[in-house]
Ligand binder design. Structure first.
Ligand code: CP
Ligand code: NVA
Length: 314
């Protein structure tokens, strides 16, 4: 059966560990004779991967394009606005057209239901490149970065401060729990994580020895954390709410005071793009504990690993 990656717990804990180990290996062997090119067909012709965008992107667009090329394939990058999907062609019809021609489909869109509809009919792996609900490829890159800095994931604490109801918060909950981490979300009451996601993450954590928690108290959320993460307070599609969304989040900024409350050697993460002086202070993102540039680079390695892993099972 074709495997998809529509949300973080589509990989079991053992599978997530395999993908992360492969990501480290692909990073180490990049551009060497050892680097695999599974997207090159036996006759040397590149197989294609469709990378579709219903929302803007820099990192995801670059890392999937570069990654597919490095695996010997051809990245077919399509902005939905210039496709029939953007004019209302049913997701299922577009999927059937694509899956007869490409080896995998990567999609950044709005509703998770659209991605799930694609996965339900696709004969090739479907990968979530961000929805309103999850951003699981980003979390793979973040976990790879934490392993690089800390050596391991299980048992470590990860605090996310900011919009607890957005895709990054939800993927930290599910992906962090899958890795056996202790995930704490600190957010305003009115921007809490989705109850079903929190419940599912708690179930996963119960299996892995991790834990998940939400609190409105930013200081309690951060206390002693090994990893301190944040994200924009205004996600794509929420631009009209900009003015209303800033004030409630001010106490949840990742500034020098927040970093001082975390563990001494805490790693600071931000998926980017970042808004200095809002969710993260310039001194923090540009400071010694920030790992954001490695985190951005690891999108490439983690996604290559994910594609290799999924294609081996398709
Ligand atoms: N972090 C991330 O997904 O960035 P882009 O929106 O630039 O792809
Ligand atoms: N939460 C952000 C993530 C951007 C990579 C958004 O959805 O816009």
């Amino acid at each position: 059966m074709t495997r998809h990656f529509t949300k973080d717990d589509d990989l079991t804990p053992a599978e997530q560990a395999e993908v992360l180990a492969l990501a480290a290996e692909l990073k180490r062997t990049r551009f060497t004779a050892e680097a695999p090119t599974p997207l090159a067909a036996p006759n040397g012709v590149p197989r294609s991967v469709a990378v579709l965008f219903d929302k803007p992107s820099t990192r995801t667009r670059v890392s999937f394009s570069v990654g597919v090329a490095e695996l010997g394939g051809y990245p077919l990058v399509i902005d939905a606005g210039s496709s029939q999907l953007g004019r209302g062609e049913p997701v299922e019809d577009t999927t059937r057209v694509l899956d007869h021609q490409v080896a995998a489909i990567v999609w950044r869109t709005f509703g998770q239901d659209r991605l799930d509809a694609m996965a339900s009919v696709s004969r090739v792996p479907v990968v979530n490149a961000l929805t309103d609900l999850y951003h699981p490829c980003q979390i793979l890159a973040d976990l790879q970065t934490v392993i690089e800095r800390k050596g391991s994931l299980a048992g470590r604490s990860l605090t996310y401060l900011g919009d607890g109801a957005n895709n990054m918060a939800h993927s930290y909950l599910l992906g962090g729990a899958t890795a056996g981490m202790h995930v704490r979300i600190g957010s305003p009451e009115e921007y809490q994580p989705d109850a079903d996601v929190l419940k599912r993450a708690a179930e996963v954590a119960a299996e892995t020895g991790g834990s998940v928690a939400w609190t409105a108290d930013p200081a309690a959320a951060v206390d002693g954390a090994d990893v301190l993460a944040t994200d924009t307070w205004v996600s794509m599609g929420q631009e009209d709410e900009y003015d209303a969304r800033i004030a409630p989040f001010l106490p949840y900024a990742v500034d020098e005071k927040a970093v001082a409350r975390a563990a001494d050697d805490a790693v600071v993460l931000h998926c980017l793009p970042a808004y200095r002086g809002k969710e993260i202070a310039a001194e923090v993102i540009d400071g010694p504990q920030s790992a954001v540039w490695d985190e951005a680079e690891n999108r490439l390695h983690a996604q290559k690993a994910l594609l290799v892993w999924l294609l081996e099972r398709s």
